[in-house]
Design a protein around this ligand. Sequence first.
Ligand code: HEM
Length: 311
Amino acid sequence: MNQESQNVTDYPNSNTIFMVWKLQEGPQLKKIFQQLCALVLNLNNSVFNRFPDSRASCIMAIGYEAWKKLDLPTPLPKELANFEEIKGVKHTAVATPGDLHFHLRADNKSICFDMAIEISKLLSSVAESILEIHGFKYWDARSILGFVDGTENPHGEDRDYFAKVGDEDLTYKGGSYLFVQKYLHNMDAWKGLSTDEQEKVIGRSKENDIEMSDSVKPSNSHIALANIEGENGEELKIVRDNMPFGNPSTNEFGTYFIAYASTFTTVKKMLTNMFIGDPAGNYDRILDFSTAKTGTLFFAPTRDMLDDFSG
Ligand code: HEM
């Protein structure tokens, strides 16, 4: 049967709300979850119909503990497990809990806002909100660090190939692993670096977003360590949609890292390269200016599965 995916391969939009919820046990839980699955499908259909040009969508993804708590089908998606922290000599990719993740996108913040209101209204009797972040497109898709983010994302058929589960797990074909981390940046330290030094941290030029040649790109730059290959030298990619967020008045600035992948193994390898280093100890310098405050793995089932779950 043809399985229709959620909007995991949509391109970044101007406004995003991310929400993570923790489910509480209770007699109403399964009933509300059924209604929630129907609501997510309804929201997508409705915003598509009402605002066809806004590229609005709502993606729901489910964590390992929640999958069990909700009695969802077994066996589980092959790689769905609790994320385990990755500890390097200096920096740690922490593991934090989360049952349901919502990724709301639209060109107009009002659409994201109203979708978040509907979801929260339904969920609040059986779940607790543990994270809500309002991300936005900063200038020409720059991260808060001032560098363009997303350039080397896959396009065309590659986008589906790298974001969605394929024939290796037929039951969950068309679904997607979702990995998220909330990072906070030490902007005072970052701004203390010259542009030249910042470019060495990222591995690309700041103004024009051009990749450094291999002969000058430092081995501990972000893109040197995040760019990985498979056993046969083939490039391994993920579909990222990082969003900046922040509160200037409290000097809190961050990046919500978000990636959809056909396999969590690729994401884990990137994280290992960044946090442990390649070779070990040669860790990603972006981490000297960016601290991971959360780290959670989810699975975004297909729309057809959400339909089944809605009862
Ligand atoms: C590339 C920013 C975390 C994976 C980039 C680029 C920037 C950036 C500016 C260069 C432009 C581009 O190709 O997108 C950030 C920031 C992060 C962060 C601000 C959080 C503080 C991560 C994490 C991963 C990752 C946690 C993986 C688990 C990648 C990959 C590339 C990339 C795969 C493309 C590498 C290439 O093929 O050239 N990132 N990133 N990033 N990042 Fe990150």
